[in-house]
Design a protein around this ligand. Structure first.
Ligand SMILES: C[S@@+](CC[C@H](N)C(=O)[O-])C[C@H]1O[C@@H](n2cnc3c(N)ncnc32)[C@H](O)[C@@H]1O
Length: 286
């Protein structure tokens, strides 16, 4: 059988057994063949046929069967690409989202300005999960002091593993409840992608609901429990003129802006994601 036919039939299998479009399923099928056969994408389409060993064939079948049970491919392959770096992921951490990847450039722009002004950037990624945000920034901005925290020690262990895999040994890790472990004025920049989904939200994808950690997703009746805690404590933990940048639900920006104003934050800006939704809110401590 031609390689492209094998990939196409795997894509159809994934499409039939998951909630995904053919296009999305095809991308996954290509990823599975590249992973198991150790080839790049062009090889799939330039090689007329590839001879597979029985072991490779069995591996592909096992992966497809896991996808049939709707386990996300990133958990099956134990890896996910974020800002061009490969992160280890497992069921202890949220699979990094493209929305979050899209805010990295904005964080760098705001952090660089701060660094120019005060010659320092003590940066906290609060609720780090896999560590995708903080570790990416450690790679992109080696002069910043990067701290990663999470309440879940299993998530911290995944983030630590990623810091080793990506050669970032200077990062500091703290396990604790949001900003409670830190002294006043500890950070110049706090980023958080906290849980922000309302408990009653019916729109959440079944595969996400059944596989990803609920402690990374849900936050009380309106989804704002954790964001409120972070805003209230950031006032103390940020240095003067420090930046708070939060990822949030698309219908939460008005409430969050009001909360920030009430807590003496200024220059509040809403940043849109690639779908044109207000997905992030940044502000400065007065
Ligand atoms: C939406 S996930 C974000 C993970 C990662 N930053 C990302 O963008 O992929 C939220 C993270 O917040 C952590 N978390 C939940 N409650 C927390 C708390 N009270 N204190 C610190 N971290 C918390 C969860 O364990 C989870 O790893």
């Amino acid at each position: 059988m031609r390689t492209t036919d094998l990939v196409n039939s795997a894509a159809k299998f994934i499409q039939i057994h998951t909630n995904q479009s053919y296009q999305e399923s095809k991308i996954e099928a290509e990823e599975i063949f590249m992973h198991v056969l150790g080839i790049n994408k062009s090889k799939i389409y330039t090689n007329i046929s590839i001879s597979m060993t029985k072991d490779e064939h069995d591996q592909i079948s096992r992966i497809l069967n896991k996808r049939k049970s709707d386990i996300p491919l990133s958990y099956v392959l134990k890896k996910h690409s974020f800002y061009n770096h490969e992160f280890f992921v497992d069921e202890n951490v949220l699979i990094p989202r493209p929305e979050t990847e899209n805010i990295i450039d904005q964080i760098i722009t705001q952090g660089d300005k701060l660094y120019r002004d005060i010659k320092r950037c003590n940066f906290l990624d609060a609720g780090c999960g896999s560590g995708c945000v903080g570790i990416t920034l450690a790679i992109e901005r080696p002069s910043w002091n990067i701290f990663l925290s999470d309440i879940n020690m299993n998530a911290i262990n995944v983030a630590k593993k990623n810091s080793h895999l990506l050669n970032q040994q200077d990062i500091k890790f703290i396990c604790g409840d949001w900003l409670k472990p830190f002294k006043p004025k500890s950070f110049d920049f706090i980023f958080s992608n906290p849980p922000y989904i309302a408990l009653s939200d019916q729109r959440i994808d079944k595969s996400v609901l059944n596989n990803e950690p609920h402690s990374a997703l849900f936050s009380g009746v309106d989804g704002l429990n954790d964001i409120k805690k972070i805003i209230l404590s950031s006032k103390k933990i940020l240095s003067d003129q420090g930046i708070l940048l939060i990822e949030n639900g698309i219908d939460q920006t008005d409430k969050i802006s009001r909360l920030l104003q009430a807590n003496d934050f200024t220059d509040i800006s809403v940043h849109i994601d690639y779908n044109g939704h207000g997905r992030f809110t940044s502000s400065y401590k007065k």
